[in-house]
Design a protein around this ligand. Structure first.
Ligand code: 13P
Ligand code: ZN
Length: 271
């Protein structure tokens, strides 16, 4: 019987299995064509001494940038070119656990298989580095390709600051309640690039938990992977309501600014 680093490690197994559950949802939603999308989680608090002592099963690989807060951290990462629908069933065959080396610029794979991490690793790791640096308890980063939100990013006027946020919030009260920081915008940049990673941090630092990568997808952060997924799902629900209203032949009224202000006051929302 094949062994896994998850064996007899309930907390680590639960975290990775939650990634697998969300990967299944991404596929079911139609957001994860082929290998589309990627997920990483910071599992540093979940790895014991025996995991920390595991030898590398890959060469040292360069991150492409130096991330001082990640020294000695451990991450579960979706593998590059791996399908979410496969990861949903076999998370340790379609992803791997990596250790960040002491120079904070390289990593090595330690378990279970030498599956190369996602091509978007620069964005994921830069964001984890940023989150740790500001003392955040968030552990999960999710990138996916939600159809209706990506479609909306093809319309320039929607990309002005908080235009899309306001449209989406105004479609149904839950969207502001459960995605209370809205949707930041990152202009189109080459997938997998360090420039995209930097622009993503800048957008998140502008106080968003979910940002749109123009004409590509969204990138969300959360306490855990389910929370990150729920925010994307909630925003997408609003995008679908907007689209359906438009396809019924009218521009939806949306809730008024007063109604949204009232919601923020009653539910103590940040914006
Ligand atoms: P990976 O297969 O390398 O994770 O890439 C998928 C993707 O969505 C790139 O933006
Ligand atoms: Zn992508």
């Amino acid at each position: 019987m094949k062994t896994s680093v998850l064996d007899n490690r309930a907390a680590l197994a639960a975290a990775v299995n939650q990634v697998a559950e969300v990967a299944g949802y991404l596929w079911q939603k139609g957001w994860a064509e082929r290998n589309g999308g990627n997920i990483t989680i910071n599992v540093t608090d979940l790895v014991d001494g025996a995991v920390r002592a595991l030898p590398a099963i890959s060469e040292k690989k360069a991150i492409g940038t130096t991330l001082p807060h990640l020294k000695g951290c451990y991450f579960y990462c979706k593998g590059t070119n791996r399908r979410m629908r496969d990861l949903a069933r076999w998370p340790m065959d379609n992803g791997s656990i990596i250790r960040i080396l002491d120079d904070c610029a390289h990593y090595e794979i330690i378990a279970d298989n030498p599956v190369m991490p996602t091509s978007e690793l620069p964005s994921h790791l830069c964001v984890h580095n940023y989150l740790i640096g500001k003392g955040s308890t968030y552990k999960a980063t999710v990138h996916t390709h939600p159809i209706e939100l990506v479609a909306m990013s093809h319309h320039k006027p929607f990309l002005e600051k908080d235009v899309l946020t306001n449209i989406l919030w105004s479609m149904i009260p839950e969207t502001k309640a459960f995605c209370p920081r809205g949707l930041g915008i990152v202009p189109y940049m080459l997938p997998g690039s360090v420039e995209l990673a930097q622009a993503t941090i800048d957008a998140i630092d502008d106080d968003y938990d979910v940002v749109m990568w123009e004409k590509h997808g969204v990138f969300a952060v959360g306490e855990d992977v389910m929370e990150a997924f729920d925010m994307i799902d909630t925003l997408t629900k609003s995008a679908i309501i907007y689209r359906d209203a438009r396809s019924m032949g009218f521009v939806p009224d949306g809730m008024t600014q007063e109604q949204m202000k009232e919601l923020s006051e009653v539910f103590h929302l940040p914006k």
